[in-house]
Write a new protein. Sequence first.
Length: 483
Amino acid sequence: MAAASNGRNGSAATRQLSVTRRGFLGTTAGAGALLLTNVQPHTYAANEQLQVAVVGVGGRGAGFCVEEGWSSVRQQTGGRIAALCDVNKQKAAEAFKRYPDVPKYEDFRVMIAEMGSKLDAVVVATPDHVHAAPSALALRAGLHVFCEKGLTRTIHEARTLAELTIEKQRSTQMGNQAGYNDRVIENVWAGRLGEIQTIHMWGGGGAGRRPKPSGKHEVPDYLNWDLWLGPAAERPYHPEWMQHAMWRDFSCGHPGWWGAHLWATLYKAMKLETLWPIDKKPPAAGAKTIKVTAECCEVCDATFPRSSVVHWDIPARMNMPPIRLSWFAGGDEAEKRRRDALRELFSKHPQWGNADDKRWSNWVGNLWIGTEGVMYTFGHGDTTVAMFPEDKFKDLPAPPQSLPRPLPGRFLRGWVDGMKKGPTPMGCFNAFSGPFTEWFLLANVATLFPDRTLEFDPVACRIVNDEQADQMIRPPYREGWKL
């Protein structure tokens, strides 16, 4: 999350920044629902210009604030940036300069309290640990929400955002640009690979075991460290805490980083969402549990393991049999096991390819193993696809259209279409990205308890066979912060 600037003392556009968190909490008697008592959201009509606030405008968030581009709020939504919020003056400087007359804030709670009635929607592009809190507050204020991936840091946060989307009937979207690949899904559903027996996903591991940052460091004058921490446990400032995707307290790790891009297609194709209570309705596949097990990984309480293998054992659902999905993270033993599995597969089916194909050496990817062939997918939304044996699948015609049409809308434009009562956004929190996030975050819980099979109930949103692991689903927020 980038930061607010004190700016010119007399400017109407920057006066909001003089409100400190302590002063704000003192005058509102705390955070959470109390902030919204007098907020009446602006009613967005299709013929009006959308009024959008952006929370987190440095780093990834800077892309939402440019004039043109694939993630430009102005170009892709036709809307107006009506407020900016960030805790890091240095990272926010470019966006703040681009919009000199737009109100600017350090605290998103102050922004929504003061600006909520003038806004239609909020884009959240902060670090992972501060995704859920502003998204939930904006939804409670009646605003539409676009939140970058990974949607939330914890499973409970994902469930909360899904439930708020239903309750408030707002358009929501998680920012994995391409969503899922409908042609891949329809090829699978058409049986072109036969029955999918397993899927191997691979990608980067974590930083491995390391001590928590220590020592005394002065907080830079451009950073509001207290607000950067957000709901995370209080600790002294250290620049290492801010390293991307390293620390569990602040990150989703690889599952929320690349998994959100690479795994959405397989989640949809394997009909995993039918195990969840979508829109608070009973699961389409019935009430069943998912088992998840982490192997060959060191226990890293503060960081993510450098190497690990995580298995999800998925029960039968709809017309699909049980399946094991396996994620091979990092190198060492995880990479050895993945390579051994490749060699075994191609020794049994040499016509399907060979283990030395350069595609299997890409740093991330998915291998779908069916009874009639295999498929490689890679990239944002699995847009790179190859099916083997290549002669069999060469010049393959389009599969039958088995997904409902029109397809859900993608990214920013799909989000805005949802506001106008068009198709539901592809990554809406309630029907897709919330349950999807719950599923992939199970990997992060499992790596805290290696070699223990955890049993997750998607209806109750609980790990039912391990109380200690279940507590990791809903870690507490620090005092003064609410979801």
